[in-house]
Design a protein around this ligand. Structure first.
Ligand code: ADP
Ligand code: MG
Length: 618
């Protein structure tokens, strides 16, 4: 239904169309695109230069905020108040980013390792959601200025490997920016749509999307069947991108100009200036054969072959990831019908040729690689707006969703690669006589023990009438909507008690819920600890057995037949104990094996050292 609204600033009356825009919220650059009369447009800034908005936010002393090119300029002059790469922090706990703090030039706050990260600027704390909202607000303002109409609906893209917490954080950022986020779409899916691949229901293809941006690299293998995009596998490196190309060029120049190196290392503020020259050189070498400039009197020169040999090892890492992605998908390069290039760094000719060579086919590179995701998002938006009624677009869950069952085991309810929207149910029962409450803990991930997966949330189904264990019939339903938001419903069928919770990852948990969780965990602590101890003892036994086998194979010559036989027998005892449920028996068998083999291990070590020393004299 079209409606009207008044633009207060200009006093004009606008007709609100149902325009839905597509947004690529990138690590390095973001942009907004829209579709009009069948054509996609990436929205440029006022001077018509570039549609890319650097994903950088600067806080001015007066409390104002700059976003984009102006903020990027402040990275050099005022890095403490300038935030970049906030996408890396979306939906992340401090625990998740531990070890990477030095990568960020700004301050990340560590409150409690499981809570979501915050960023400190002066005396204020910002969440990554709030910061991303600033970027989205800038994009919204940009398109509203160009189209001279309010815009309030968007499709936003995320990497295929983003989990529910990261997707939810992205949705929340949109909401905070005043956008109704109708759909979160995978970046490779959007790139594919931009090339028209997978738009029609009878389009059945297997494609690879190679995305090399500023600081991250992803390769995704997608299978498209009847308009459904299934992520067969993803691989990549979250710390590999065009920034590394720039760094390689900087290092090259510093090696050539030792005096420049000394000056840079003395921290004369020239490092950023050199970095910008390096990026300019890299970009120029995408079109010409040589780059020449000076910095403070130092000559800066680099040829394309020189640049190509610098980036060769970095490129090789991306090709290795492509190989792994194919292997995980159970495919070979020949099974891939289309290869799509995404990300500004794929403008480098050597990147294109290396990828083309690996897959043995020409790559798709006609569209601007740094715009292609936003253009695809705009197409998806147009479909949602109902402008392309014959098309059907469905997405797929990238990771399994399940609940914790006895012993900390993950019970998968919605396997990865399920079509969404989806609704799946499964029946459970109690494990204790008279059990009145049942904890439903939801996790995301592929490991067997929930402790290795990502907790999405938990709740307690209360008021189960006391019954012998095994009698209550509790049905748990997972309802995953097209946006990846999960509703979990638990219902005891005999009594009808029911509870439903929407999983917004770590957001949705109240104090009260947490207190309840705590009480529950204390009530069940004893059995949980025992179950986990058994599982851990079994795991440890398994790795001891593998190590023992390897140890025996490698050092057989050093032991008498009796010694070998004794180790084999003790390992057999351990294997038998690990089949049982007595963790003490497993630990005892492990100890016996270790006690007997320790002196032998010592002997083997000495023999190997002697061998190595002998070798070094030769
Ligand atoms: P992201 O998806 O990470 O936000 P982009 O796709 O916008 O990033 O890619 C940004 C990267 O692309 C930067 O490292 C930039 O230097 C690089 N880039 C942009 N243009 C070129 C070019 N002409 N040649 C090589 N690299 C380029
Ligand atoms: Mg990108």
């Amino acid at each position: 239904m079209p409606s009207f609204s008044i633009d207060l600033k200009e006093g004009k009356l606008h007709k609100d169309t149902d325009l839905i825009v597509g947004i690529d919220l990138g690590t390095t650059n973001s942009l907004v695109a829209y579709m009009k009369e069948g054509t996609t447009h990436a929205v440029k800034d006022r001077d018509g230069k570039s549609p890319l908005v650097p994903s950088v936010i600067h806080f001015l002393p007066d409390g104002g905020i700059l976003v984009g090119d102006e903020a990027k300029a402040k990275l050099i002059t005022d890095p403490q108040h300038t935030i970049y790469s906030v996408k890396r922090l979306m939906g992340k706990s401090y625990h998740d980013v531990e070890g990477f703090e030095q990568y960020f030039g700004y301050q990340i706050i560590d409150e409690d390792t499981e809570s979501l990260v915050k960023i400190r600027v002066n005396d204020r704390f910002y969440t990554p959601v709030e910061l991303s909202a600033e970027i989205l607000r800038a994009l919204k303002a940009r398109i509203e200025a160009v189209l001279e109409q309010p815009v309030s609906k968007a499709v936003i893209t995320v990497p295929a490997y983003f989990n529910d917490a990261q997707r939810q954080a992205t949705r929340d950022a949109g909401k905070l920016a005043g956008l109704d986020v109708l759909r979160i779409v995978n970046e490779p899916t959007a790139a594919s749509l931009a090339y028209g691949i997978g738009l029609h229901p009878d389009d059945n293809q297997t494609i690879a999307v190679y995305d090399l941006g500023g600081g991250t690299f992803d390769i995704s293998i997608l299978r498209i069947q009847e308009g459904i995009f299934e992520v067969l596998s993803t691989h990549g490196d979250t710390f590999l991108g065009g920034d590394d190309f720039d760094r390689a060029v900087m290092d090259f120049w510093m090696e050539q100009n030792p005096a420049l190196k000394t000056q840079i290392e003395a921290g004369k503020g020239m490092s950023q200036a050199l970095r910008l020259r390096a990026e300019a050189a890299k970009k120029q070498l995408s079109r010409s054969d040589v780059f020449e400039d000076t910095l403070d009197g130092f000559p800066l020169r680099i040829s394309r072959p020189q640049f190509e040999s610098l980036i060769q090892p970095l490129l090789q890492r991306t090709i290795d990831a492509c190989r792994k992605a194919l292997r995980d998908a159970g495919l070979s390069a020949a099974d891939i019908q289309h290869v799509i290039m995404v990300g500004g760094s794929t403008r480098t000719p050597l990147v294109k040729s290396a990828v083309a060579e690996f897959f043995g086919r020409e790559v798709y590179d006609k569209l601007n690689p740094d715009e292609v995701v936003a253009l695809g998002a705009a197409i998806q938006a147009d479909v949602l707006a109902g402008n392309q009624k014959d098309l059907l677009l469905i997405d797929i869950t990238p990771l399994s969703l399940g609940i914790e069952t006895v012993g900390g085991l993950m019970d998968v309810i919605l396997p990865r690669n399920s079509k969404i929207p989806a609704k799946v149910g499964r029946s459970y029962t109690t494990s204790v006589d008279g059990q009145r409450n049942l904890k439903v803990a939801v996790y995301q991930g592929e490991r067997d023990l929930v402790e290795h997966n990502r907790p999405l949330g938990e709740f307690i189904l209360r008021g189960i009438p006391p019954m012998p264990a095994g009698l209550p019939k509790i049905e748990i339903h997972f309802i995953l909507d097209a946006d990846g938001i999960l509703r979990v419903r638990a219902k005891e069928l005999r009594s009808g008690v029911e509870q439903e919770v929407e999983m917004r990852s770590q957001y949705g948990i109240s104090e009260e819920d947490m207190a309840r969780m705590l009480i529950d965990s204390i009530q069940h602590a004893k059995e949980d600890v025992a179950a986990r101890a058994l599982l851990e003892a079994r795991n440890e036994a398994q790795s001891v057995l593998i190590a023992t086998e390897r140890f025996l194979q490698q050092n057989e010559a050093l032991f008498t037949p009796d010694e070998s036989a004794r180790i084999t027998a003790l390992a057999g005892d351990l294997a038998a104990a690990a089949q049982g449920t007595d963790k003490d028996l497993i630990n005892k068998a492990m100890e016996d094996l270790n006690t007997y083999s320790a002196p032998l291990a010592h002997r083997a070590l000495e023999a190997n050292v002697a061998q190595a020393l002998k070798g070094s004299k030769l």
